[in-house]
Ligand binder design. Structure first.
Ligand SMILES: Nc1ncnc2c1ncn2[C@@H]1O[C@H](COP(=O)(O)OP(=O)(O)OP(=O)(O)O)[C@@H](O)[C@H]1O
Length: 427
């Protein structure tokens, strides 16, 4: 091979090894003047370029190759030259962090729950403190009110009262339900703008006085003070021979004493006034005045129960008109039943309000006619109370002796259970 003609082939390594010091004395042998000088120079330049290129491409392992003494390239500074299954994250973790990289990756990741800034010195405004205090006071008041509501409901034992009325009063489920609901509503709190006025109306013997007695007995026990329950019978306390004005003053005096005592004990008194239809107008006027909201607060906290047979004829007509509808049919249409009862109440209230303004503020509760089955129950109850065995057949025989309205196959007692006591006393 001609040494002066360097091969351009890739495998021409020999000339590299022989390159600078390879100029042997024989190399100065004269040849064609231009070619002999330029050709080896060009070859040298080409070879240097190729070596440089190869150096750049090939990885230089420390201690190998011609540049063994040169510093190894920093790991991680370049892409990996060999395929591995390590991801970029592992490679990065293995590599010592370069200064440049650290400076660039200054992004700090915080967990969601951590603070992102240094806590500043807390500055709480006075308004915030006042607001917190206000919220605490309102919360305390609400808790206190709830506790008072519970206390009141327990004090008057209205569940016990409802049980006693449902057990002891026959044939008047709607009236009993309404009385208890009104009492529950009124007695749920101790502060009132006006007294509660219940007005029980119906024909003779349907249980008005009976309900009044049961209420009085229950409240005497619940309030633990008999003086907080007033029972006033018009014919007994204000007989016809007595001057109405004297009756009026006496009633005013008795009511004032009861409400003053109730105020001292922080309780709600019960005032039951029977046979109101017998009261002279002066007594009705006095009652009307006692119910006015302008009265001192102690007068506003009281339950009045007025018992009267006024409006009894309207109740009788209502019951007989609706008698053709059986109890089962009435139960199937409760909405219609409620509407009819509401109509009866409105008619009664309008009638009573025409007689005296006292009734305008009253919650009217009609007591309906009792049918034969209820009368039999009255007999059995009275027999048991008097020490007789409450035999059903015997009670039915006694009930047969009373008079009845007979409508659409049903029988309604003309005088309710009024004569029951007298008949049982004859046994
Ligand atoms: N619905 C009823 N349930 C149980 N017993 C009753 C009922 N109705 C009346 N009685 C009994 O009949 C008797 C008379 O009833 P009560 O005195 O309550 O009638 P009243 O409706 O007040 O009649 P009046 O308007 O004539 O006074 C009572 O002693 C009571 O035992």
């Amino acid at each position: 091979m001609d040494r002066g003609q360097p091969s351009a082939e890739p495998g021409a390594a020999e000339p590299v090894a022989a390159e600078p010091g390879a100029s042997e004395p024989g190399a100065a042998t004269p040849r064609a003047p231009g070619r002999s000088v330029m050709a080896p120079l060009r070859a040298v330049v080409r070879l240097r370029r190729r070596v440089c290129l190869q150096r750049k491409r090939r990885p230089l392992t420390p201690g190998a190759g011609p540049d063994a003494g040169a510093p190894a390239p920093r790991a991680g500074a370049e892409q990996p030259q060999f395929f591995t299954f390590d991801g970029p994250a592992e490679l990065a973790s293995r590599a010592p962090p370069s200064r440049k990289k650290r400076r660039r990756s200054r992004v700090v990741l915080y967990p969601d729950s951590a603070r992102r800034a240094r806590p500043r010195a807390e500055h709480r405004s006075r308004a915030q403190s006042c607001l917190l205090l206000l919220v605490a006071i309102v919360g305390f008041q609400v808790l206190n009110a709830i506790e008072n509501l519970d206390d009141n409901a327990l004090r008057y034992d209205l569940d016990g009262l409802e049980k006693a009325l449902r057990r002891g009063v026959f044939g008047q489920p709607a009236a009993v339900g309404r009385v208890v609901a009104l009492l529950r509503d009124y007695l749920s709190t101790h502060v009132h703008s006006r007294p509660l006025l219940l007005a029980l109306h119906g024909p003779s013997g349907v249980g008005k006085s009976h309900v009044g007695r049961l209420l009085a007995r229950h409240f005497r026990a619940a309030l633990e003070d008999g003086a907080l329950v007033l029972q006033y019978h018009a014919r007994h306390h204000c007989p016809a021979a007595r001057a109405p004005q004297a009756c009026r003053e006496e009633l005013a005096h008795r009511v004032a004493a009861v409400v003053a005592r109730a105020e001292a004990e922080e309780k709600t008194p019960l005032l039951v006034l029977d046979e109101v239809e017998q009261m002279p107008p002066a007594l009705l006027d006095e009652l009307h005045g006692l119910l006015q909201p302008q009265r001192p607060p102690r007068f506003r906290n009281a339950v009045y129960v007025l018992l009267s047979s006024a409006g009894g004829a309207e109740v009788t007509r209502f019951v007989l008109q609706n008698a053709s509808r059986t109890p089962a049919a009435r139960a199937r249409a409760p909405a219609e039943q409620r509407r009819e009862e509401e109509e009866l109440r409105a008619a009664l209230q309008a009638l009573l309000a025409r007689a005296h303004p006292l009734w305008q503020a009253a919650a009217v509760v009609p007591l309906l006619l009792l049918d034969k089955r209820d009368v039999v129950s009255c007999f059995r109850d009275e027999m048991a109370g008097e020490g007789f065995f409450p035999e059903q057949a015997r009670a039915e025989r006694l009930a047969e002796q009373l008079s009845y309205y007979r409508v659409a196959g049903r029988e309604f007692a003309v005088t309710g259970c009024k004569q029951v006591v007298a008949r049982v006393n004859l046994l």
